[in-house]
Design a protein around this ligand. Structure first.
Ligand code: OGA
Ligand code: NI
Length: 340
C-alpha cells in the first residue's frame, strides 16, 4: 500500500495494512470536545482598531481564528470545493500522471504525508500546487477538470490579497509597522494543498493528518461546511474540534510568525481526523517566506537585555529541516531556539 492513492479505490471496508496507529497514538475521538468559541472575526467591521485587537488576541491565545466578510465570494468558495472534489473523482489513469512522492516537486498528487519517510500512513490524498507567480505555475497545473485552472487561479489571487491584509493587521497588532512582516518575508511563495479524506472504515485507529504545525507563515483554510475534521490542541492538552461555519475561512499561524513574534504568537498543533460516514475536502493555502528570507524575532519584541527566543535562519534552512522529519515529532521551531 502507501504509494497508492486512496481515492482510486471505491471504498475500503477495512483499514489496509500500514494505517493503524499504535494504541498510545490514536485520536481518542470520544474525548474531543467541539468548541464553538474559536474566535470569529468580522473583517468588514468599520472598527479597524477592534479588528486588529481581536486578531492580536486570537494569535496570542488560540493561534487559530475564523474570518467572515473576508471579501471572497460565497459563489467562488463553493466552486473551489466542487472542482476540488471533481479532481479527486477523475479516473485513476488521469490521476496517475500527476502522482509523485518527491516533496520538492512543485506540482504533484500524493497520498498520506511523506510516504518515503513515514512508518505509518495517513488517510489522505492531496494535490499540492505552487501558486505564485501564477503565470509561472498554472500552465503545469492539472488540465482536468476543465475549469480547474481558472477557478483555482481566481481563488489563489484573492487568497493572496486576503493573506497580505491579514499580515498587515498582524504587524500592527504586534506594534510594528504595517508592512513589517510582509517585508521580512520577501516576495512570498504561495502553495496550496487540496486535501481529500475519503470515508474511513476505522477512523478511531488512524488520522487524516496527525498532529503538526504548519512550517510557513500563514495558512488560510477553506473547509467543507458540512463535515468536521479539523482539531486544534488547546493549552497543550485538550483536542478541540473546529466546527465548520459556512463561508468562513480558518486562519492559522505558521511557525515563521511564531519566530518573528519572538514566541508571542502561537503556531499551534492541529490535526485532521477522518470519519466513516462522509468524505471530506479541505483547501489549504500557505503563504511562505521566500527561500532566502532571513527570519528572526523582530528586535522590537525582544526585551532589553534579553536574548531572542529563536536564532536567525533562512527559510530555506527551515523548510528542508521540516520535510526531513516526521510530521508529528517535536515542534520544528524547537530546533531553532537561541541556545541550540
Ligand atoms: C494542513 C492542515 C487541516 C484540514 O493542510 O496543513 O492542517 O482540516 N489541514 O485539512
Ligand atoms: Ni496544517
Amino acid at each position: 500500500m502507501a504509494n497508492q492513492l486512496l481515492s482510486t479505490v471505491a471504498y475500503h471496508d477495512s483499514l489496509p495494512e500500514g494505517y493503524a496507529r499504535p494504541e498510545h497514538d490514536r485520536p481518542r475521538l470520544a474525548d474531543v470536545r467541539t468548541d464553538t468559541n474559536i474566535p470569529l472575526i468580522d473583517l468588514a467591521s468599520p472598527d479597524r482598531h477592534r479588528v486588529i485587537a481581536e486578531i492580536d488576541q486570537a494569535c496570542r491565545t488560540y493561534g487559530f481564528f475564523q474570518v467572515i466578510n473576508h471579501g471572497i465570494s460565497e459563489e467562488l468558495l463553493e466552486k473551489v470545493m466542487v472542482v476540488g472534489l471533481e479532481f479527486f473523482r477523475l479516473p485513476p489513469e488521469e490521476k496517475a500522471k500527476l502522482y509523485s512522492d518527491e516533496p520538492s516537486k512543485k506540482i504533484r498528487l500524493s497520498t498520506s504525508f511523506n510516504v518515503r519517510k513515514e512508518t505509518v500512513h495517513n488517510w489522505r490524498d492531496y494535490l499540492r500546487l505552487h501558486c505564485h507567480p501564477l503565470e509561472e505555475f498554472v500552465p503545469d497545473w492539472p488540465s482536468h477538470p476543465e475549469t480547474f485552472k481558472e477557478i483555482i487561479s481566481v481563488y489563489c489571487r484573492e487568497v493572496r490579497l486576503l493573506g497580505l491584509r491579514l499580515l498587515g493587521a498582524i504587524s500592527l497588532g504586534l506594534g510594528l509597522e504595517e508592512v513589517y512582516v510582509e517585508k521580512v518575508l520577501g516576495e512570498q511563495e504561495q502553495h496550496m494543498a487540496v486535501n481529500y479524506y475519503p470515508r474511513c472504515p476505522e477512523p478511531d485507529l488512524t488520522y487524516g493528518l496527525p498532529k503538526h504545525t504548519d512550517p510557513n507563515a500563514l495558512t488560510i483554510l477553506l473547509m467543507d461546511p458540512h463535515v468536521s475534521g479539523l482539531q486544534v490542541l488547546r493549552d497543550g492538552a485538550k483536542w478541540i474540534a473546529v466546527h465548520p461555519r459556512p463561508n468562513a475561512l480558518v486562519i492559522n499561524l505558521g511557525d515563521q510568525l511564531q519566530a518573528l513574534s519572538n514566541g508571542a504568537y502561537k503556531s499551534v498543533w492541529h490535526r485532521a481526523v477522518v470519519n466513516a460516514e462522509q468524505e471530506r475536502l479541505s483547501v489549504a493555502s500557505f503563504l511562505c517566506p521566500c527561500n532566502s528570507a532571513v527570519i528572526c524575532p523582530a528586535p522590537r519584541l525582544v526585551g532589553d537585555g534579553e536574548d531572542p527566543v529563536y536564532r536567525s535562519y533562512t527559510y530555506d534552512e527551515y523548510y528542508k529541516r521540516f520535510w526531513s522529519r516526521n510530521l508529528d515529532q517535536e515542534h520544528c521551531l524547537e530546533l531553532f531556539r537561541s541556545q541550540h
